[in-house]
Design a protein around this ligand. Structure first.
Ligand code: UD1
Ligand code: CA
Length: 465
């Protein structure tokens, strides 16, 4: 087996993004562009993976290094072109033999099947370099592949192309396999070009051909080689990525009513027979069980949702856990640190924050339950509010199992309502309620006969003057 190494070019400024963030950290379906590229390289079994960083290099190193401990970074300062970028890796690759796979940090749609095909063809043919190409509808902006006698002769960049060459539709993906042995010496010989005196990686291919070295090509599907240079291209790539994810989910037994409006990040898992209605957004490391129903406009972020859960329209669930057969929404807001138990019910305009709702418990309408633990089988009446904040510190509310909280109750934390207790509607609870007790904490009602009519008469008299 030939030794393999991976190099990802990610030093460029990404001027056309017009962003304060480095281009390769922009997200596509929940992952930074560079992370998609690294995933495509994962199955290559590389002995080392190096990223060339430059523009905002520290940020790129910090954010990617945090999720991938096995990465090496090299700096390219200033950024003098893609050939110059590869040269910066000479030190980390010195003494290495075998194949170097070069990937572009801004070309995230390449599949691992394609990177493997590239490496395998390259190694089987014993080529000095192998270029991944594709024939695309709109080749503007890409380097064109110029062939002579079927063989790649050179890559001509948009700016240097003749009008005739601009009509060529086979383009350079910027993704290559190189034999490491002749690579760095050849890179040093690539001539500087353009006003910025940059050295372009495709320059090496022409040189190899002139020297009689073998340059192979592997042709990929058009969509896989897209480079992202602008927000427009980012959006286009996002739509392709979602299409792939949706196809994958549907093949695994998920119903998607309208795939054009299902926004599901790449790392999300969804169980079979779950139905995704229009406009559903599933983000981050979310996992959804089997046979769930996610209605229109639902957004779920980094949450674990069990089997047979119904989430009604326009509910938002973030960093939370929803157990099997629970029913959520419509218009529920389940915030970080919350857990909803099996068969529990969270109804409309109910907000949970750092709250657990026990199995079978119900908070059906218009409630705020924050910093609270609610036991199993409890009923939280409409409009109940846990008053968790005293202006400086948050306090906890404990509602034990089988408690009934009447509608319109305020629970001034810290406070505990023990098991089986009953709180009368409209109470303002400031002291603990013992188990099985009835707590009533509200002003007594007084009815004053005829007072309303008398008042109306007085108002009418004074209006007449
Ligand atoms: C490049 C190719 C072009 C190809 C296209 C595919 C060159 C000269 N041109 O053009 O043939 O069709 O990709 O998308 O290679 N980078 C560095 N250091 C640098 C310059 C760039 O690390 O000094 C990195 C960038 O961060 C980016 C990648 O290399 O990830 C490509 O650079 P970019 O400027 O986008 O090249 P293109 O003009 O798209
Ligand atoms: Ca590019």
């Amino acid at each position: 087996m030939i030794e393999r190494h991976v190099l990802v070019l990610a030093a460029g400024k990404g001027t056309r993004m017009r962003s304060s963030r480095p281009k390769v950290l922009h997200r596509l379906a929940g992952c930074p562009l560079a992370e998609h590229v690294l995933r495509a390289a994962d199955p290559l079994g590389a002995g080392s993976t190096t990223l060339v960083v430059g523009h905002q290099g520290e940020t790129v190193e910090r954010e990617l290094g945090a999720v991938r401990g096995d990465l090496s970074f090299v700096r390219q300062e200033p950024q003098l072109g893609t050939a110059h970028a590869v040269l910066q890796a000479e030190a980390v690759l010195s003494g290495r033999r075998g194949t170097l796979i070069v990937l572009m940090g801004d070309a995230p749609l390449v599949s691992s099947r394609t990177t493997q095909a590239l490496a395998e063809t390259h190694e089987r043919t014993g080529a000095s370099a192998t270029v991944l190409t594709a024939t695309i509808e709109r080749p503007y902006g890409y380097g064109r592949i110029v062939r002579r006698g079927g063989q790649l002769a050179e890559v001509v960049e948009e700016a240097d192309a003749t009008p005739e060459q601009r009509t060529l539709r086979e383009v350079n993906s910027g993704i290559y396999a190189f034999d490491l042995a002749p690579l760095f010496a050849a890179l040093r010989a690539v001539p500087e070009a353009g006003p910025k005196r940059e050295r372009y990686l495709p320059g090496i291919l022409r040189r190899y051909r002139e020297e009689g070295l073998t340059v192979e090509t592997v042709v990929a599907a058009a969509d896989e080689i897209r480079g992202i240079n602008s927000r427009h291209e980012l959006a286009e790539a996002g739509s392709l990525m979602r299409h792939r994810k949706n196809e994958e989910m549907m093949a695994a037994g998920v119903t998607i009513i309208d795939p054009a409006t299902a926004y599901v990040d790449v790392d999300v898992e969804v169980g079979p027979d779950t139905v995704i209605h229009p406009g559903v957004i599933l983000e981050g490391r979310t996992s959804i069980g089997a046979r769930c129903e996610l209605h229109a406009g639902v957004r779920i972020v980094n949450a674990v949702v069990g089997d047979d859960v119904t989430v009604n329209n326009h509910s938002v669930i973030i960093d939370a856990e929803i157990a099997a057969a629970a029913r959520i929404g419509p218009f529920a807001h389940i915030r970080p640190g919350s857990t909803v138990g099996e068969k529990a019910r969270v109804g409309n305009f109910v907000e949970l924050k750092k709250a657990t709702l026990g199995a079978g418990s119900k908070a059906g309408h218009l409630s705020y339950v924050g910093d609270a633990a609610v036991g199993a089988g409890a009923n939280i009446g409409a409009g109940t509010i846990t008053c968790n904040f005293d202006g400086s510190v948050k306090h906890r509310t404990t509602i034990e199992e089988d408690v009934f909280i009447g509608s319109g109750t305020q629970l001034v934390a810290p406070v505990t309502v023990e098991r089986g207790a009953y709180v009368a509607a409209g109470s303002c609870i400031t002291e603990d309620v013992p188990a099985d007790a009835l707590a009533v904490a509200r002003g007594r009602q007084v009815n004053k006969e005829g007072r309303a009519a008398a008042r109306r008469k007085k108002d009418a008299d004074s209006a007449r003057g």
